[in-house]
Write a protein that binds this ligand. Sequence first.
Ligand SMILES: [Mn+2]
Length: 317
Amino acid sequence: MSVLENIKESILASNSIVILTHENPDGDAVGSSLAMMLALKKIGKKVDVVIPSLNKMYDILPGYEDIKKYAEENDNYDLCIALDSADLERLHSCKEVFEKAENTIVIDHHITNQNFGDVNYVNAAASSTCQNLVVVIGYLDIAISKDIAMCLYTGILTDTGGFRYNVQIETFEIAAMLLETGIDIAKIYRNFFDLTTMARTKVLGKALDRLELLSNGKVAFTYITKEDEEKYDLMDGDHEGIVNYGRDIENVEVSIFVRQIDEKYKVSMRSNEYLDVSLIASKYGGGGHMKAAGLTSNMSFDLLKQTLVAEIEKQLK
Ligand SMILES: [Mn+2]
């Protein structure tokens, strides 16, 4: 039996289904979870989406109000579907819900996926989990409504950075098919890429004011403090994207953004062309991808800055 047949059989045999995704969920995580929920409800399944914490910006997506923070104590799900999560640990506080479910399905696009489900549909050649989900929903013979399309489009749009990275011919074919349902793509784009808050704008201003170039202009560095966080009453996700401003300056190869959290520092790094920031992140207990990685450190601010810059200089051309 093919993986898709296995998925179909497992879904059809289940009555109560729970959908989970990774912590700090992004557009692909939330979009795929809601699209799957809406699709399965159309064929009469009882479906819960459990996401313990997520940014308010997702409230434009259909089904957002139905997201649960916790799985019900006494809910025994026949089936758990984990989306956009490379391994069990990524499910974080929902790990137990996955382990308790009778059957499990994993649908993902991360090349590092551990195939931790009973059935695993992992196509790493796809831009996003949402792109893979279009294939799964199609195989289940469920028509893609405008609401489902809006969720799927959000995942594809955000995981490709606005159709810039990791885009295949199919990505555009699928986007065109979703557009046919009448979704408002300008509204989706504005919501996830342009729309901001006064707090975010003010804290960005702080960070830009402190931005400096090091190592002959190859490294951009900035930070925000605990005091800034308190002053502007920041929320999860409000620091998203600050690191990109340094990366986008001409001649910069690596951008570093440091955020103070209690007595620790959370570091985001981005590179442009050749420098592998994931090597540095993993050396100090973090991780990520070649061009986008992060870590959390107990070092003092000055030592942390020195250490990161020295590590980067070893790789600079
Ligand atoms: Mn994804």
